[in-house]
Design a protein around this ligand. Sequence first.
Ligand code: NDP
Ligand SMILES: O=C(O)C1=N[C@H](C(=O)O)C[C@H](O)C1
Length: 252
Amino acid sequence: MSASAPIKVGVLGAEGKVGRAICEAVSAAADLELVAEVDRGDDLETFVSTGTEVVVDFTHPDVVMDNLRFLVEHGIHAVVGTTGFDDERLARVRSWLDAHPAVGVLIAPNFAIGAVLSMRFAAAAARFFDSVEVIELHHPNKADAPSGTAYRTAELVAAARAEAGCAPSPDATSTELDGARGADVDGVRVHSVRLAGLVAHQEVLLGTQGETLTIRHDSIDRSSFAPGVLLGVREIADRPGLTVGLDPFLDL
Ligand SMILES: NC(=O)C1=CN([C@@H]2O[C@H](COP(=O)(O)OP(=O)(O)OC[C@H]3O[C@@H](n4cnc5c(N)ncnc54)[C@H](OP(=O)(O)O)[C@@H]3O)[C@@H](O)[C@H]2O)C=CC1
Ligand SMILES: O=C(O)C1=N[C@H](C(=O)O)C[C@H](O)C1
């Protein structure tokens, strides 16, 4: 029996920090073929002329929507790591997909398996504690704050606490320097650290009477994102429509 043909993969943001790691991982996988490496200034039509089946996007929140629209309209599946997706953006992607129902798009704020699990753990723990705050720590070249992962974590924690009928986290602060208490995401405080030497890290701090729990994840190398991305690339054609988060691909 002959093996099936490798999936033709393109990478958008191929010269970026994560894009380079993804190109390396795709090139090393026998069942995938890297057919297009596209970065700023290159033509998206390259994906069409090379017969690309799945594009991986690690670019910038300012450009990812235009990229995605092009891909969906050309019937190309997309695995997207670029951050900056809010409900309005997701609704727009869904509306493009309505017109192209065979196309699959996976948008995940974090492709590292440990990060995906840590978000789940935080959501599961949230209702048992009086207080929850999120601290994300990243390299200083990161474009956005808070991180997409921290934003999503706070949303999941807030939703779990609302469903369980938890009171807001106690906070008697009455005077503060602007920013000292971080950003408020659905009532959950999110703090962003930018520090040379770091890659991508997050702590969810939970506290209640006499005890605290810290859920910490560290990406110490950008290769941490590759297994999740490759899983998405291999499965996206069988999952038409929009999937947000890697969880369903991991049967979580
Ligand atoms: N979901 C996840 O698991 C992860 C998500 N990310 C996210 O991925 C994104 C990229 O991160 P990172 O690799 O660190 O960033 P980088 O800045 O290192 O890489 C982005 C690359 O995209 C290029 N680019 C910019 N605009 C375009 C365009 N219109 N078309 C094609 N390429 C373009 C950039 O070029 P130039 O330098 O000239 O601007 C750069 O080479 C961020 O949003 C980040 O938050 C990061 C890690 C993991
Ligand atoms: O820019 C990064 O580096 C990362 N971005 C993603 C995010 O914003 O959550 C994922 C990871 O934290 C690395």
